[in-house]
Design a binder for this molecule. Structure first.
Ligand code: HEM
Length: 140
């Protein structure tokens, strides 16, 4: 029963994390392409998306740690799994950094730094692919 519960929340959090990357990335790229900075309302949306992404990653870590321990008795599962959690760890750190940066810039009434946001979105996309491939190979 607890396994079903943990798996369900692991998958639900994947949907949210992916949605944030796709939705937030799309909004940002549209604004960048038209050489505009998001206005206050869109900025608010991006800020909430950032929090949602971070919350989903934290849920992925909590449920992931519990699943690893319950099913496999620890983290020594296989190489693909190790790559998956390294990717997930970098994603978590990246999400923390971006959220702190966006929080600080909105406090100072400035738009977030374009290069930081672009780098974070691009690496976020790459990392989620690494993590998903890692999961597919690890548990095949
Ligand atoms: C961005 C973060 C993450 C993503 C996108 C992700 C994705 C996935 C996916 C797609 C599966 C399903 C694989 C399958 O059942 O065939 C899965 C399962 C699993 N994940 Fe994650 N995961 C993430 C983070 C983590 C973390 C941080 C851990 C552990 C510390 C973890 C541990 C596990 C375990 C143990 C399973 C297998 C459960 C089983 O055998 O049914 N995951 N994950």
């Amino acid at each position: 029963m607890s396994l079903i519960f943990l798996k369900f929340f692991h998958y639900l959090a994947i949907i949210f994390a992916g949605g944030v990357l796709v939705g937030g990335g799309l909004i940002q790229s549209i604004f960048t392409r038209s050489n505009q900075v998001p206005d206050k309302t869109v900025g608010k949306v991006l800020k909430i998306l950032g929090y949602l992404g971070l919350a989903s990653l934290i849920i992925l870590w909590i449920t992931g740690i519990l699943l690893s321990n319950l099913i496999y008795g620890g983290f020594a599962i296989n190489t693909a799994f190790t790559i998956k959690i390294i990717g997930a760890a970098i994603l978590l750190i990246l999400s923390f950094i971006v959220n702190i940066h966006v929080y600080n810039s909105s406090k100072n009434n400035e738009p977030p730094n374009k290069s930081i946001m672009k780098f974070a979105t691009m690496s976020g996309r790459g990392l989620i692919i690494v993590v998903l491939l890692g999961a597919a190979i690890a548990f095949n």
